[in-house]
Write a protein that binds this ligand. Structure first.
Ligand code: OGA
Ligand code: NI
Length: 361
């Protein structure tokens, strides 16, 4: 009971990061200043490191079996080694990507009062938000966001979507349809690569009852970017994420061992990463990799993260085919609803949540 109560409202008044940025402060408020060990380091480990870039043309259009297998193998390698890859020729129209990104940029440029109408609460997170988690006094990220549910249809409430810019609802529909279709294709590819039936992952996620929700991230310019983070280190809790990054500002960093690799955006590419639920179903053959966002003092950044998730009340557990004597189940079963509740209370804590599901053996 207590838990439900504390999710109805935020523990402190919400401060929009955008208004802090616009106020022209030169010194970051304490709430945004990280412990020195958590601050971003601006020394690149290697100027050449980047997550794999994969052309999906051979899977979506071409009929060459050898090329097809080569692409499957590259995706398999990316899932095992990085948990992240970029895709090109993915079927989502570049003009649609450009217009939806511009639309959300325009939304965040509306006057504060226009956006406050959509102010969210921790009960559902839908709407305009500036924090994750309800822990009083927690360090805050240097970003605002807009969150909305698309699937299942029963969770979709278009009244909570912006009406300005005018084409918002229509474009969100169009973009969502395209991304959900791409996710369906990727789920098949991942299933086959894991040696499972083609429909395994989709079925484990609830077939037609999957969840899909969008978080648009807005990272305002920051006066002291070396002291803070746009998003704390985390792995995505759901199934799979399709990220549409800003076209000319980088910021996303992916963990590779002890290092953070900055992802360089490629024109018209989408970034795919695996979430905790796929780590569990794959029995840790695939990893949901930690990532974070750094900000800068020169340019704002807008990104759209589409989360493709299991239906909330299904038990998610390692696929039987991937469990053996030599490779016992690494995780116990849990529903995504239970898992998400846990995260929404505590905020983002690196990979601590999926690790805490681990069976002790
Ligand atoms: C997220 C996320 C990265 C980005 O929203 O979960 O990791 O580049 N976003 O905005
Ligand atoms: Ni993320």
């Amino acid at each position: 009971m207590k838990m439900m109560n504390c999710l109805q409202s935020w523990p402190e008044p919400i401060v929009r990061v955008q208004s802090l940025s616009d106020s022209g402060i030169h010194v970051l408020p304490d709430r945004y200043i990280r412990h020195p060990s958590d601050r971003p380091s601006f020394t690149p480990i290697s100027t050449h490191a980047n997550i794999p870039v994969i052309d999906l043309h051979s899977l979506l259009a071409a009929r060459d079996a050898r090329l097809r297998q080569a692409t499957l193998d590259r995706i398999s390698g990316a899932c095992r080694e990085w948990g992240f890859f970029q895709v090109v020729n993915h079927g989502v129209r570049p003009e649609l990507m450009k217009s939806i990104r511009q639309l959300w940029r325009d939304f965040f440029h509306l006057p504060l009062e226009a956006k406050q109408v959509y102010a969210n609460s921790p009960a559902t997170y839908e709407g305009y938000g500036s924090r994750l988690g309800v822990e009083k006094g927690a360090k805050l990220d240097w970003s605002d966001y807009f969150f909305l549910n698309y699937l299942p249809e029963s969770a979709r409430d278009e009244n909570k979507w912006p009406t300005t810019p005018e084409s918002c609802r229509e474009l969100v529909h169009e973009y969502s349809k395209a991304v959900v279709e791409l996710c369906g294709i990727l789920m098949k590819i991942l299933s086959v690569n894991l040696g499972l039936e083609e429909d395994h992952l989709q079925n484990a996620f609830g077939g037609d009852d999957v969840g899909a929700c969008l978080r648009v991230n807005y990272y305002p310019k920051c006066p002291q970017p070396d002291l803070t983070l746009g998003i704390s280190p985390h792995s995505d809790p759901g199934g799979m994420t399709i990220l549409l990054p800003d076209d000319d500002v980088s910021g996303l960093q992916v963990r590779k061992g002890e290092h953070w690799v900055t992802v360089e955006p490629i024109p018209d590419a989408l970034i795919v990463n695996l979430g905790d639920q796929i780590q569990v179903i794959s029995n840790a053959i695939y990893k949901s990799v930690e990532h974070r966002v750094i900000v800068n003092s020169i340019k704002e950044r807008v990104s759209l993260a589409y989360f493709y998730n299991p239906k909330g009340d299904l038990l998610i557990e390692p696929a039987k085919k991937l469990v053996s004597k030599d490779r016992p189940a690494s995780y116990s079963a849990m529903t995504f609803d239970q898992y998400r509740l846990f995260i929404r209370q505590s905020g983002l804590w690196g990979k601590s949540q999926v690790e805490s599901l681990k069976c002790s053996q």
